[in-house]
Design a protein around this ligand. Structure first.
Ligand code: ATP
Length: 493
């Protein structure tokens, strides 16, 4: 990361704190590692991002419905899904610093260094050796590579490493009063399983016909070995997932369709398309037959924001096996090749899984601008969040020009009408210019000023965040003007 982008990213993080977007959890106790809280503006932005996703996925698709499953699930769920045995990262400790690292990430850092130095052959060779070792789950080989590459601990500077071990990422706790093994429950590491175990409930109660999807937004928990890059890698985070159930044999077609549709959803936010790319998985998860990530170029490089996975019939078959309950769907449609109904089968699944916190950071980083407004006469600048109006935490701010002459009352009268539909803020402190700057900093698209003329002719000035231009409009027109720009139609068309 160059010094300038490093600086910019630091500024975004402090801006997020200063303006009530993101706080470190339990900050008064020095924080809890990789856990964050969303403040008054952050939670509004996050809710708007959820709404955008929910509307695009559920409301815009007749064959997709949404659910809200519990975080706790029967422990056998996680045996069936493979998480008890397989959801782990290879970790290694430095004996001198006592710091713990992910073995694959130490090697990835080395590969990145080779690439930065133009040693592409060495980078490719190490990548291949690491992929082989990960695929074969050959932990001694991973250690060997770390030793061969002479990788030292960034903290102690020594190469005094332990062996590589697998570390399960699931958090567990106990349910009920008696603490024995039978009561161990996990905090879900992904929301997907809540969908799989409910697939027949939804299919039957909703009379859903294949292909159909089930969407869900909710918290997930992973005891990440190392946490870094702010809200990119958290121990408690939120996912927006959709599982799409399809006829076996059609998964490739649906996979390609969802890949395109999800990228389109991102691009509708009007963020520079050059910042997005697809990344194909070479090492597939145990359940997948194809997987792509949508990556976004953060200031620290490209990072996965969303995964699109072809999960085969793995999960439903496993749940059928472990629960003894049939997971089959009866497909009455006639197969033109056999002239018979397709009949009973376990559906295949295409998953789209996006991390809400990574999407939040992507949105914030893209919207943040330190704008130089200097003229020949005077130096000036502002920090502005150019958020899409649909996503802005506050849709409009309303200012009485002064605190007297009935202007506050008039301003509140206008606000009382607008607040029924939109999140509106009222501010009467400080000069108007200062109030504009505060609203720019949280991305409010409109500021409305009520002055003495308003009392005479019911007009107000509306000032636009992006252009900073102002115009005089009838107060009665505000609802229409704001409504047009913050309408979800602008994103969903
Ligand atoms: P990574 O390789 O970065 O650990 P992953 O491949 O494990 O991610 P998935 O299991 O595919 O991630 O989860 C789907 C999405 O959930 C990811 O694209 C990401 O946006 C989000 N996500 C996963 N782990 C975290 C985390 N620890 N903190 C925040 N978001 C996360």
């Amino acid at each position: 990361m160059s010094k300038a982008t490093d600086e910019l990213f630091k500024n975004v993080i402090s801006h997020a704190k200063e303006y009530g977007f993101v706080f470190q959890s339990s900050e008064i106790y020095d924080g809890l590692s990789a856990v964050y809280d969303y403040g008054q503006n952050g939670s509004e932005l996050k809710n708007n991002l959820k709404t955008y996703w929910w509307k695009a996925m559920v409301q815009m698709h007749e064959n997709i419905v949404g659910i809200d499953a519990a975080i706790f699930m029967h422990p056998t769920t996680w045996k069936a899904s493979g998480h008890v045995d397989g959801f782990s990262d290879p970790m290694i400790d430095n004996k001198d610093s006592k710091k713990r690292y992910r073995a694959d990430q130490l090697l990835e850092d080395k590969i990145a260094k080779y690439e930065a130095d133009g040693k592409t052959d060495k980078a490719a060779a190490l990548q291949a050796a690491m992929d082989d070792a990960l695929k074969a789950e050959n932990l001694p080989r991973l250690k060997e590579l770390i030793v061969e590459q002479e990788i030292a601990c960034p903290v102690s500077g020594t190469r005094n490493w332990t062996d590589v071990r697998q570390f399960n990422l699931m958090f567990s706790t106990q349910m009920g009063a008696v603490a024995d093994d039978a009561d161990v429950v996990y905090l879900r590491p992904e929301t997907a399983q809540g969908i799989f175990v409910n697939y027949l409930n939804v299919q039957k109660s909703g009379r859903m016909k294949i292909p159909f999807g089930i969407a869900q937004i909710g918290k997930a928990f992973r005891n990440e070995v190392i946490a870094r890059q702010f809200i990119i890698r958290m121990r408690e985070f939120e996912q927006m997932e959709m599982q799409f159930f399809v006829r076996p044999g059609t998964q490739k077609e649906w996979f390609n369709q969802w890949k395109e549709e999800r990228l389109k959803w991102h691009l509708a936010l009007s963020i520079d398309p050059a910042k997005y790319r697809f990344h194909e998985h070479t090492k597939l998860a145990h359940y997948a037959d194809a997987a792509y990530d949508i990556e976004f170029e953060f200031p620290f490089g490209f990072k996965e924001v969303e995964g699109i996975h072809s999960r085969t019939d793995f999960d439903l078959s496993q749940h059928q096996k472990f629960s003894g309950k049939k997971m089959q769907y009866f497909d009455p449609e006639v197969n033109p090749e056999t002239n018979q109904p397709y009949g009973n089968y376990i559906p295949y699944v295409i998953e789209t899984s996006i991390g809400l916190d990574r999407l939040f950071l992507l949105t914030l980083v893209s919207a943040y601008e330190e704008e130089d407004l200097s003229t020949a006469e005077k130096q000036d600048s502002r920090t502005v969040l150019r958020l899409h109006p649909c996503l802005a935490p506050v849709k409009a701010a309303i200012f009485p020009l002064t605190k007297k002459d009935g202007l506050p009352e008039k301003a509140r009268e206008i606000m009382d009408k607008l607040k029924l539909d939109y999140n509106i803020q009222y501010e009467e402190k400080d000069a108007i210019g200062k109030r504009y700057r505060r609203q720019d900093a949280i991305g409010t698209p409109f500021c409305i000023t009520v002055d003495h003329q308003t009392l005479e002719d019911d007009t107000v000035t509306i000032r636009y965040r992006d252009t900073m231009s102002q115009e005089r409009v009838a107060a009665a027109d505000l609802e229409r003007i704001i409504g047009n720009l913050v309408s979800w139609k602008n994103l969903l068309k």
